[in-house]
Design a protein around this ligand. Structure first.
Ligand code: PLP
Length: 426
């Protein structure tokens, strides 16, 4: 990364003027006088997404049920259509990716597909700092097979704030059937070494699954090279697919012959789907893991957004993401630590980022004070303000100004005007 930190607004503006992705900002809807730092939770709407959403709506208005037939069945096959844009961002073949359901449902779908416990091999390896939905899903899958999660879900414990890959590898005992871990941690933004963990698991005959929700649209990942068995990710964070946009699943083509754990008529072969036979005729690609009718209106926005990602490519996106998050970390180190702030991210480029994990004992009230000043962060208990400068729509000037606002909030203690009582959605 070609970058030497300097303080001052002028330096931020210099970085903006030399940002080769800066032209993308005007594609997004950014509220006046607002600094949006929440792309790790919900990405902003783009004009491209608006256009493709309206296109779907227009087709529905014009065609009614014939929407399924227009454009060579584009919308009937919409998952496949979007997978062609999505798969190259993850180094996957397009028929290994489906755009479907939510991440949690996809975890259920893929764990139920792969989890075939025997007396000797019946445990699923997880950790104790992942986003909890993964754990809820895995626990319930284990229960459905008649096992007790206390025994059958093997938890690798954190080391301080982070998970150590060597601890994961040590936990790969012969009774482990499946491993499911996140690529990037939702709180600290720690990046796990997917290669190291996957290779070790493969040597042990363990099925490997990754939740890439916080990696999608930020990290360069090559699923084919890694040879993982399955992966899931959501599309509403950095991928800017819109609130509740459908998630993605990846299934390695060597597993296409497996039957889905949760079958439905959209996983049937296209050629026989509308024959409506009682026997399931499994489609032998990722589309075979679809369940019901695709959510066209929610998928529309994703099409526009993915086109931007395809045009730019993940290499440039990762470069900008690393640089702008490093810039924020440098500003924190130089200007905020004296006010009790600290950076919760690991400090090596390979292990950190997407977002910046800003810690402070008064984090919650400071996050409310930020919102009152037009900055949009989010907060994770007990003390983490998550700040996500994104490659497409965050400027260096935004980052610089936000740090100034933080200094003002703590210097004047304006956060004390807010209640510590948590909102329903923080
Ligand atoms: C790692 C991870 N997995 C899954 C989810 C939730 O996925 P969904 O709501 O699409 O089921 C999140 C949400 O933030 C997440 O951070």
């Amino acid at each position: 990364m070609n970058y030497e930190f300097k303080d001052g607004l002028e330096f931020a503006q210099f970085l903006d003027n030399n940002d080769c992705l800066g032209y993308l900002r005007k594609k997004f809807y950014i509220k006046n006088n607002s600094i949006y730092m929440c792309g790790n939770s919900l990405g902003l709407a783009s004009k491209d997404s608006e256009e493709t959403t309206i296109q779907v709506l227009e087709q529905w208005k014009k065609e009614g049920v014939k929407i399924w037939n227009v454009d060579n069945n584009k919308f009937y096959m919409y998952s496949m259509h979007l997978a062609k844009l999505m798969a190259p961002l993850f180094g996957a073949d397009h028929d290994e990716v489906a755009i479907v359901s939510s991440t949690t449902v996809n975890i259920h779908q893929l764990v139920s597909t792969f989890y075939k416990p025997t007396k000797e091999r019946y445990r699923i390896l997880q950790d104790d700092i992942n986003f909890p939905t993964d754990r809820y899903a895995v626990d319930s899958q284990v229960r459905l097979k008649g096992y007790d999660p206390e025994d059958a879900v093997k938890i690798v414990k954190r080391n301080g704030k982070y998970l150590n890959e060597d601890d994961v590898i040590e936990a790969m005992t012969d009774d482990v059937a499946i491993l499911l871990l996140p690529t990037v941690y939702y709180r600290t933004a720690q990046v796990l070494d997917m290669k190291k963990v996957t290779e070790a698991a493969k040597k042990k005959g363990i099925i490997v699954g990754w939740d890439m929700s916080h990696a999608a649209g930020v990290l360069e990942v090559n699923l084919k090279e890694l040879n993982v068995d399955f992966a899931v990710w959501c599309t509403y964070k950095y991928l800017n697919g819109g609130p509740g946009s459908p998630a993605a699943l990846y299934i390695n083509r060597k597993h296409f012959d497996l039957l889905p754990g949760m079958a439905g008529w959209f996983g049937n072969r296209c050629e026989t789907q509308f024959m409506l036979r009682q026997e399931f005729d499994h489609r032998k690609d990722a589309g075979g893991w679809q369940i019901g009718t695709p959510h066209l209106l929610s998928m529309g926005a994703l099409e526009g957004s993915l086109k931007i990602f395809s045009d730019v490519g993940m290499t440039e996106i990762r470069k900008k993401s690393l640089k702008i998050t490093k810039y924020l970390i440098d500003l924190i180190d130089q200007k905020l630590t004296r006010f009790g702030f600290s950076v919760g991210n690991p400090r090596e480029d390979s292990k950190e980022r997407g977002h910046v994990c800003l810690e402070h004992g008064e984090g919650y009230r400071i996050s409310l004070a930020l919102k009152a000043r037009g900055v949009v962060p989010d907060f994770r208990d007990p003390n983490v303000i998550r700040l996500a400068p994104t490659a497409f729509y965050t400027s260096y000037e935004d980052v610089y100004k936000m740090v100034d606002i933080l200094i003002d909030i703590v210097t004047n203690e304006t956060y004390k005007e807010f209640s510590v009582k948590r909102n329903l959605v923080v």
